[in-house]
Design a binder for this molecule. Structure first.
Ligand code: AMP
Ligand code: MG
Length: 360
C-alpha cells in the first residue's frame, strides 16, 4: 500500500481543506488536527473508506471508531435515541473532547465503524480546521488517532508522517494539538455516567455538568485492571473495546513510579534508572520540571511543572516518540497527581508502561 501522501502546510489551509474534503468525499483517508490529537478521517458511511483507515493504521477490526461531526444537531441522524442527560452533556461539552456512546441508528454508518456493536461513539471536535473539513466533506467522519496501531498518538503533523507517510492520502497541518490526549469516552446507562476512557474532559467537569445527584463512575483505574480479566469484562456494564489493546507504547521498556511524597518519588525513580543502567541499556527519565535537573540518566525529558498536568498531558506523546528517536532501551517515568486531567495523563502513562508500575 504505497501512495503519494499530500502535505498541506498551515499557510495553505483554505486550499488544504478543500482538497482534503474532496479526497474524503471520494472515499480517501486524510489526517487532520483536532483539539485532542491528530485524527485519520474517512467517510463513516463508506465501508471501503473505513477499511482503508484500519489498513493504514494496522488497527484490529474489532476496535470501533469515533464518528466526528461538525455540529451537535447531526447526532440525531446517527443515534436512534438521545436521552436528556446525554443532551445535557452534549450542550455542556460540544464542541470539545467528550465522546458519547449512543444507540446506533441502523444503517447510519458502516458496520465497520461500530465493529458490529449496536452503539456508535460520536463527538464534535473543538478545532476550526476539523470543523471546516467535516462541513466541507459533507459526511460524518470516522477518525481514530492518526498513528500506526500501538504507537503514541500524534500531536504534530510530523508524527503523522513518521507513521503513515505513503499509506494515506494526505495530512492537514494545523500545528500542535491543544489537549495532547484523546477524548473522554462516556456512556450513559440508567441515569449513570460510565467513563469508559478518561480524557480531555475530566470526571470533575462531568460531575459538575451532570449535577451532584448523577453518579459518575470510572471504567477502571490508571492500570485499567478492571478490564484485564475476562471475568471482569463480563461483569462490567458498558465497555470500550479499545481498552484491551496495548496503546501509546514507546519501543523501550517503560516503568512508571508512583509515590505521594516527592522525596521518595525522586529516590525511587533514580534507583529504578540505576538498576536499568546496570543491565547495559540506554536509560531515559520522564520527570516534572522541578525534578528533572537532579536526575542522572542518558536522557532526562521534562514534561512540565508538577502542578500543571495540562502541560504534561500536552507533552507526553511527543516525549514518548522522542524516547524512541534517542534509542532508549529503558524509560523510567514519574507519576503525576491524579487530579483533573492528571487522571487521563496517568491512564496513558500506565498503558505506555504496559502496567509496569512501582509504588514507592
Ligand atoms: P481512538 O479512535 O484510538 O481514539 O479510540 C477510540 C476509542 O473509543 C476506543 O477505546 C474504542 O474502543 C472506543 N469506542 C468507539 N466506539 C465505541 C462504542 N460503540 N462503544 C464503546 N467504545 C467505543
Ligand atoms: Mg488511538
Amino acid at each position: 500500500m504505497t501512495k503519494q501522501t499530500i502535505y498541506w502546510p498551515p499557510e495553505r489551509q483554505d486550499s488544504g481543506v478543500r482538497e482534503a474534503a474532496a479526497a474524503i468525499a471520494a472515499g480517501g483517508v486524510v489526517a487532520f488536527p483536532t483539539e485532542t490529537v491528530y485524527g485519520l478521517g474517512g467517510d463513516a458511511r463508506s465501508g471501503e473508506a473505513v477499511a482503508r483507515i484500519f489498513a493504514a493504521k494496522g488497527r484490529p477490526s474489532d476496535n470501533p471508531l469515533i464518528v466526528h461531526l461538525a455540529d451537535a444537531a447531526e447526532a440525531d441522524a446517527l443515534a436512534s435515541s438521545i436521552g436528556p442527560l446525554e443532551r445535557r452533556l452534549m450542550a455542556a461539552f460540544w464542541p470539545g473532547p467528550l465522546t458519547l456512546v449512543l444507540p446506533v441508528r441502523p444503517g447510519a454508518v458502516s458496520e465497520r465503524v461500530t465493529a458490529g456493536l449496536d452503539t456508535v461513539a460520536v463527538r464534535v471536535p473543538a478545532h476550526a480546521l476539523a470543523q471546516r473539513l467535516i462541513a466541507a466533506a459533507g459526511c460524518p467522519i470516522a477518525a481514530p488517532s492518526a498513528n500506526r496501531s500501538g504507537r503514541p498518538s500524534p500531536t504534530l503533523a510530523r508524527h503523522v508522517l513518521e507513521d503513515l507517510d505513503g499509506r494515506i492520502d494526505g495530512v492537514l497541518d494545523g500545528g500542535p494539538t491543544g489537549v495532547g490526549l484523546e477524548s473522554t469516552v462516556v456512556r450513559v446507562v440508567d441515569g449513570v455516567i460510565h467513563v469508559l476512557r478518561p480524557g480531555g474532559v475530566t470526571a470533575e467537569q462531568l460531575q459538575e455538568a451532570a449535577g451532584a445527584d448523577v453518579p459518575v463512575v470510572s471504567g477502571g483505574g490508571p492500570t485499567g485492571e478492571r478490564h484485564s480479566s475476562p471475568e471482569a469484562e463480563d461483569a462490567e456494564a458498558p465497555r470500550s473495546p479499545g481498552v484491551k489493546y496495548t496503546h501509546y507504547a514507546p519501543k523501550g521498556v517503560m516503568t512508571l513510579v508512583a509515590a505521594d511524597d516527592p522525596g521518595r518519588l525522586r529516590a525511587a525513580v533514580q534507583a529504578q534508572a540505576d538498576a536499568a543502567r546496570q543491565s547495559g541499556g540506554r536509560v531515559g527519565i520522564l520527570a516534572c520540571d522541578e525534578h528533572a535537573g537532579a536526575y542522572r540518566a542518558d536522557a532526562v525529558l521534562a514534561l512540565g511543572p508538577r502542578d500543571e498536568p495540562r502541560q504534561a498531558a500536552q507533552a507526553l506523546y511527543a516525549a514518548l516518540r522522542e524516547c524512541d528517536e534517542r534509542g532508549l532501551d529503558y524509560i523510567v517515568a514519574e507519576s503525576f497527581p491524579e487530579r483533573g486531567i492528571g487522571a487521563a495523563l496517568m491512564n496513558r502513562m500506565a498503558k505506555a508502561a504496559g502496567g509496569r508500575i512501582v509504588r514507592a
